[in-house]
Design a protein around this ligand. Structure first.
Ligand code: SF4
Length: 285
């Protein structure tokens, strides 16, 4: 911030001056892309580098604002360690999955769970940047993984409710959620998936439709989105099946293996998959 703008922020309000500079410059940059009007490759590359620089200034603003606003830990030695990986998610509890890039919704959700005695009863997990930010607010939240694990995890059906914000989220989220019975709430107007905007609806009506009619909604009020997510997850979790396969189903599937070895050929870790499938086929888990 100081290198680019010469400003040393002392208050949150000072960050507004910085972010307004970034907005202005980005608008100019977008303007310069119209009809390829920049005739010099050198000047064009300069603009590209300028965009990258602005991104870093904005990221610094965002991180300082989050540290101050949400009391995120900074470089302190006793910052708690958190659990990572999809298997760290406790699927015996109602699971709320947050996907995207900013922590506004997730921090509000954690507050709601804490204030309503649900902190131990509902599992909160995240994918991508939102996951990292959420664990800076609650060391009980789980990091499923990066963007590349998104489709895999959603298809496991472990998430009862999926809250999306922006950027690192799939365009087919409601479609994939429908396949496994998860419910989606779009929390930011940058991505609404064509869903009905229920922001001004009563909470109970939204919950009713999501539970009984399996609907997804856009809810652009983070407090309402958090309350709805918790209530829907608690209501639908007991009825949803979250095991991929029973041991009997796995055994039957494994019996179909022809031992062609193709899976081992493409496995980047050279695991003995063929042999493992053979053991499963014998019921040896
Ligand atoms: S599990 Fe592996 S060895 Fe068995 S059929 Fe599939 S690719 Fe071939």
């Amino acid at each position: 911030i100081r290198t680019v703008t010469g400003l040393k922020p002392e208050t949150l309000g000072d960050l507004k001056t910085v972010i307004e500079y970034v907005y202005k410059e980005i608008t100019h940059l977008l303007d310069s892309t119209n009809s390829g009007q920049e005739g010099s490759y050198l000047d064009y590359e300069s603009k590209a580098l300028h965009a990258g620089m602005l991104d870093h200034v904005a990221m610094e603003v965002a991180d300082i604002a989050q540290i101050v606003g949400f009391n995120f830990p900074t470089s302190v030695a006793d910052t708690p360690l958190v659990d990572m990986g999809w298997n760290s998610v406790d699927k015996s509890k109602p699971v709320i999955l947050l996907v995207g890039h900013n922590p506004a919704t997730s921090c509000t959700l954690i507050d709601y769970l804490r204030e309503n005695g649900l902190y131990d009863k509902v599992e909160v997990a995240g994918i991508c940047c939102t996951a990292l930010e959420t664990t800076r607010y609650s060391d009980r939240a789980k990091i499923v993984g990066p963007l590349s694990r998104q489709l895999f995890f959603i298809r496991t059906g472990i998430a009862d409710v999926i809250l999306t914000d922006e950027q690192c989220i799939r365009t087919d989220m409601p479609i994939e959620a429908d396949k496994v019975g998860s419910r989606v709430i779009a929390c930011v107007d940058k991505v609404m998936y064509g869903l009905d905007d229920a922001t001004d609806w009563g909470t109970e009506e939204i919950v009713k439709q999501m539970v009984e009619e399996k609907k997804h909604f856009a809810i652009l009020d983070t407090h309402k989105a958090a309350e709805v997510a918790a209530k829907v997850a608690l209501a639908i979790a007991p009825q949803r099946r979250k095991e991929w396969l029973t041991e009997e189903e796995a055994t039957e599937l494994a019996k179909k293996c022809t031992h062609c070895g193709m899976c081992e050929r493409v496995c980047p870790n050279l695991f003995a998959i063929n042999e493992g499938i053979g053991e499963v086929a014998k019921g040896n888990f």
